[in-house]
Design a protein around this ligand. Structure first.
Ligand SMILES: [Cu+2]
Length: 122
C-alpha cells in the first residue's frame, strides 16, 4: 500500500513538473530584431500569448498587441512600472514601445488587472 502511494506521488510530481516546464517553454518568447529594433507580436485573446517576453537591454523595443478579443476586459493594457496605459480597440494592432535602458522586470495587465504578462529586460 505504501509503495502504491509512493508511485502515485512520483507520477503526480513528474506530471506537475512536466506541465510547469512545458508551459513556460511555450510561453516565454524572445524578440525578433527588425532594423535594429526588437519586435514581439502578442496575440490578445482570452489573455496574452506570449505572456512572458525577454528583451535585450539597450536596444529599442516594441510590443505589438494584436487585439482579437471582443470582450471589453482586454481593451486596455497597462504597464504600471513604465507609466504606460494604451487602449487596445478590438481587431486593431497597437504598438507599445518599451524603454530598455534599465534591466528589470516590468509587468503588464489588462485595465481590470485580471490578465497579466511580464517583460524581462536583461
Ligand atoms: Cu480585464
Amino acid at each position: 500500500m505504501t509503495v502504491l502511494v509512493g508511485i502515485i506521488c512520483v507520477v503526480l510530481i513528474a506530471g506537475i513538473a512536466w506541465w510547469f516546464f512545458g508551459h513556460h517553454a511555450t510561453t516565454a518568447t524572445a524578440a525578433k530584431v527588425i532594423d535594429g529594433q526588437q519586435v514581439v507580436d502578442i496575440t490578445v485573446q482570452g489573455g496574452y500569448s506570449p505572456d512572458q517576453v525577454t528583451l535585450q537591454q539597450g536596444m529599442p523595443a516594441v510590443l505589438r498587441f494584436h487585439q482579437l478579443d471582443a470582450s471589453s476586459c482586454l481593451d486596455e493594457v497597462v504597464f504600471p512600472e513604465l507609466g504606460i496605459q494604451q487602449a487596445l480597440p478590438y481587431q486593431s494592432t497597437q504598438s507599445v514601445e518599451i524603454d530598455t535602458t534599465k534591466a528589470g522586470e516590468y509587468n503588464w495587465a489588462c485595465g481590470m488587472n485580471m490578465f497579466h504578462g511580464k517583460v524581462t529586460v536583461k
